[in-house]
Write a protein that binds this ligand. Structure first.
Ligand SMILES: Nc1ncnc2c1ncn2[C@@H]1O[C@H](COP(=O)(O)OP(=O)(O)O)[C@@H](O)[C@H]1O
Ligand SMILES: [Mg+2]
Length: 251
């Protein structure tokens, strides 16, 4: 069974049709890239998967492990192992990163009927992952993302991902605004998390990120539908040819 299956997904925002019969199947342990021109619906897909309000699903299904998640609240989806890293991570003044991580982790454990993590276990896990990502203790004590640079915010997202150990990670243009060094750190963080039971949907406009996070499958999204699917070489082809042919493909 696929970890994620999106079937005939139709989505409207403010009465405008944004996704038009999108089909996507993601197997366990694989990395799928979704590429497409601006406005093709990439972020809309990410938001619908997360369960963000204002996105009206008019048709279709989204199955995680065979269960339809469209009726679930965002926190219930997270407890089922879904994680989203957004293009513009939110700042949460007054909530230390450490506290945020621990609260998120325990909320998910509670939802799954598991006990809270012990303080030593939690600290050990965070320090281990933070060390790998080059996040220092001072950053962990500061408010979530407050005063963080673009690169630090993205690293913090990967830290959250690593601590929460989700089964499906969706990264929406996590490369936007990153210089090459920050991009490598983020990619390394993701690559560390690749595992047989964990899958990734990496949304990106540019091929560059995919030099560092090498996908198993590449999809092209155009006008709210997947119009082409291929291997990692498809990303290189898109880089060379541009999106012009896909801007009209679904018209
Ligand atoms: N909250 C919204 N309200 C109105 N239109 C929206 C909203 N979000 C997205 N759209 C429209 O949906 C289309 C797809 O947007 P988006 O999913 O952000 O594309 P992408 O991430 O591929 O650039 C665009 O035409 C955009 O203007
Ligand atoms: Mg977008």
């Amino acid at each position: 069974m696929h970890l994620l299956e999106v079937k005939n997904l139709h989505v409207e925002v403010d009465g405008n049709k944004i996704l038009n019969g999108l089909e996507l199947s993601v197997g366990k342990g694989s990395v799928h890239a979704i590429m497409g021109p601006n406005g093709s619906g990439k972020s809309t897909l990410a938001h619908v998967l997360a369960g963000k309000q204002d996105y009206v699903v008019t048709q279709g299904e989204v199955l995680l492990d065979g269960d339809d998640i469209l009726a679930l609240d965002p926190h219930e989806r997270a407890a089922k192992g879904l994680f989203l890293a957004f293009q513009y991570p939110l700042e949460i003044p007054g909530v230390a990163t450490m506290t945020f991580l621990r609260t998120a982790m325990n909320a998910q454990r509670k939802q799954r009927g598991e006990p809270e993590i012990s303080t030593p276990d939690f600290l050990k896990r965070v320090r281990q992952v933070a060390g790998k990502l080059g996040i220092d203790q001072d950053m962990l004590r500061r408010g979530v993302n407050v005063g963080f640079s673009g690169g630090e915010k993205k690293r913090n997202e990967i830290l959250q991902m690593a601590v929460l150990e989700p089964r499906l990670c969706v990264l929406d243009e996590t490369d936007s605004g990153l210089d090459i060094d920050a991009l490598k750190v983020v990619a390394e963080g993701v690559n560390h998390l690749r595992a047989p039971e964990r899958s990734f949907v990496v949304i990106t406009h540019y091929q560059r990120l995919l030099n560092y996070i090498v996908p198993d499958v590449v999809h092209v999204l155009s006008k709210g539908r997947i119009v082409r699917t291929g291997g990692k070489e498809l990303a290189l082809e898109l880089e060379a040819s541009g999106y012009a042919q896909y801007q009209d493909a679904a018209a």
